[in-house]
Design a binder for this molecule. Structure first.
Ligand SMILES: Cc1cc2nc3c(=O)[nH]c(=O)nc-3n(C[C@H](O)[C@H](O)[C@H](O)COP(=O)(O)OP(=O)(O)OC[C@H]3O[C@@H](n4cnc5c(N)ncnc54)[C@H](O)[C@@H]3O)c2cc1C
Length: 409
């Protein structure tokens, strides 16, 4: 059996390893347009800040592909998938045949379509090459605007401060982490960012990037303000990498559609990771959840099924963990579900120095925000992913101080 995988990152590698376990003899080819060995994207902002070194970002040992008997075609781009002919076409013109194909092509940063977005000094941060470009451009004392106060924007802003830059964080919505936390958690986080010297401007949409001789000079905001900056980082979310797919059944704007077995509508084609629209574990509705653990779990299910298993992916549970200078925020599930059966308990405890918010629906935990005091997050996520009826759980005799049905355990 010939298996071909497009993408050699979280989803592609997890699928390849699962395939090898299910089919020791199959020919497994991984194709990636990134030339370097697989690395951890979540570590890129820490690489930028200098908290980790380059040799710490590699995911696998140098002999990994050999050990697993994978053919790695790194630095090669797939330009088309010919589903009828069961082959993928490379930029070089070569056709690579497959019996089963996995698309694990991930996502790319969305760049706001504003004047000046293509000036020198406008950056995104998705790949190691992006990080290296940023690293080379940064100089202590330079002014940087980060557009987008999601997890990547926050972590990058903090990294820039560590590098000695003066940083302004610009967010269109009324708070930082707008899709991940409630207003109170956002205020605590915003206070911490400001303490570290980051200027935070919310409810402000960039209207253009002003340049001089092709280089960034300022970020213009919709209200007429102009922030003088030498660099702009666009951290305004991602969009699935599906441009090479011409089959309309696959190239949906919200991500490649898949069923619970991670199979696409096209015969013998599976998909996993940031390029797919999977199901939300808690709502059962189609959802785009571009996070590392979801990509790995989806890749594992796809890999096993490509080799003949009948595994089902239970659904993606949104979860984010942000740790900046020891200030931790862990969030997951649904933030603001509606309905008469929803109960939200929340408290800011000055003595403990933390904020907790738990969202229950019909006695089951469906949302979690922990700020400052994040212990027991793992237990909460286990309970949430299994949808256990929390109130009925007995307190753990080994942990009489902790009960998941109460705010502080
Ligand atoms: C700075 C940063 C920090 C992050 N932090 C976190 C975090 O803390 N926690 C978390 O859960 N997630 C985090 N993420 C998100 C996480 O990295 C992604 O969810 C994860 O990488 C998705 O894995 P994937 O395999 O689906 O896709 P990707 O990692 O995007 O890999 C897809 C690969 O396919 C390649 N490819 C695409 N198209 C083609 C083509 N046509 N031909 C050949 N190759 C192609 C791409 O170049 C890429 O190498 C972070 C992301 C970034 C950028």
């Amino acid at each position: 059996m010939r298996y071909v995988i497009i993408g050699a990152s979280a989803a592609g590698l997890a699928a390849a390893e699962m395939l090898r376990q299910w089919d020791p003899r199959g020919a497994i080819t991984l194709i990636s347009d990134e030339a370097q060995a697989p690395y951890s994207r979540p570590l890129l902002t820490y690489l930028l800040s200098g908290e980790v070194r380059l040799d710490q970002v590699w995911l696998k040992s140098p002999d990994y592909f050999e050990q697993w008997r994978f053919e790695a075609r790194l630095g090669e781009r797939v330009v088309a998938v010919a589903a009828a002919g069961h082959e993928v076409r490379l930029q070089s013109g070569e056709a690579v045949p497959y019996d089963r194909l996995l698309i694990a092509s991930g996502a790319s940063p969305r760049v706001p379509a504003i004047p000046g977005h293509d000036l020198e000094g406008v950056f995104t941060l998705r790949t190691l090459a992006d990080e290296q470009r940023l690293d080379a451009a940064l100089q202590a004392g330079c002014r940087v605007a980060v557009v987008g106060a999601g997890p990547v924007g926050l972590k990058a802003a903090e990294a820039f401060v560590r590098r000695g830059c003066r940083v302004t964080l610009v967010e269109m919505e009324s708070q930082v982490l707008p899709r991940l936390v409630d207003g109170q958690a956002a205020d605590l986080l915003c206070g911490a960012l400001q303490n570290w010297g980051i200027e935070v401007i919310c409810q402000a949409a960039p209207s253009g990037i002003v340049g001089k001789r092709g280089r960034v000079q300022a970020l213009a905001l919709g209200d007429g303000r102009e922030l003088p900056v030498q660099a702009v980082l666009c951290a305004t979310g991602v969009t699935p990498n599906t441009a090479f797919l011409t089959d309309p059944a696959l190239a949906a704007a919200g991500g490649i559609p898949v069923d619970a077995r991670m199979q696409t509508p096209a015969p013998d084609i599976y998909a996993a990771g940031d390029c797919v629209e999977a199901r939300h574990l808690l709502t059962g509705q189609p959802a785009y959840v571009p996070i590392w653990p979801a990509a790995v779990a989806q890749g594992q299910v796809a890999g096993a099924n490509m080799a003949g298993a009948r595994w089902r992916y239970p659904g993606a549970l949104p979860q984010n963990s942000i740790s900046l200078r020891g200030f931790q925020v862990i969030t997951g599930g649904l933030i603001q579900p509606e309905g008469a059966d929803v109960e939200i308990v929340q408290e800011f405890d000055r003595q403990r120095g933390g904020y907790r918010r738990l969202v229950y629906r019909q006695g089951r935990l469906v949302g979690l925000t922990l700020v400052g005091q994040v212990q027991d997050a793992g237990i909460y996520f286990q309970i949430m992913s299994q949808q256990l009826p929390v109130r009925d759980l007995a307190a753990d005799p080994h942990r009489p101080d902790f009960h998941p049905g109460r705010l502080w355990g």
